[in-house]
Design a protein around this ligand. Sequence first.
Ligand code: SF4
Ligand code: SF4
Length: 86
Amino acid sequence: MISGTVVIATEICKGCELCIASCPQESLGLSSSINRKGYRFATLVQNNCTGCVNCALVCPDSAITVYREKKAAKRIPQTVIASHAV
Ligand code: SF4
Ligand code: SF4
């Protein structure tokens, strides 16, 4: 399973919200504070990013970098089946 996270260059962001609309996980929202240009900037609001990169692809200012990692596979208990030679 893949999980992801994003790093947003907050000083580049102009708060257009394209990334927010493009996120299927609703992981992104606008900050309550503003950057030096006077814009509320995009930020992660939920820790459920899958690393799909939609947000980075739509950002007109290339302000988003996506990181992905493979989650460790769940360990499934294995049943040992003893074979008895007859
Ligand atoms: S990488 Fe995908 S899931 Fe993660 S914040 Fe961007 S659009 Fe949402
Ligand atoms: S698409 Fe880019 S510029 Fe627009 S809000 Fe998202 S990070 Fe900011």
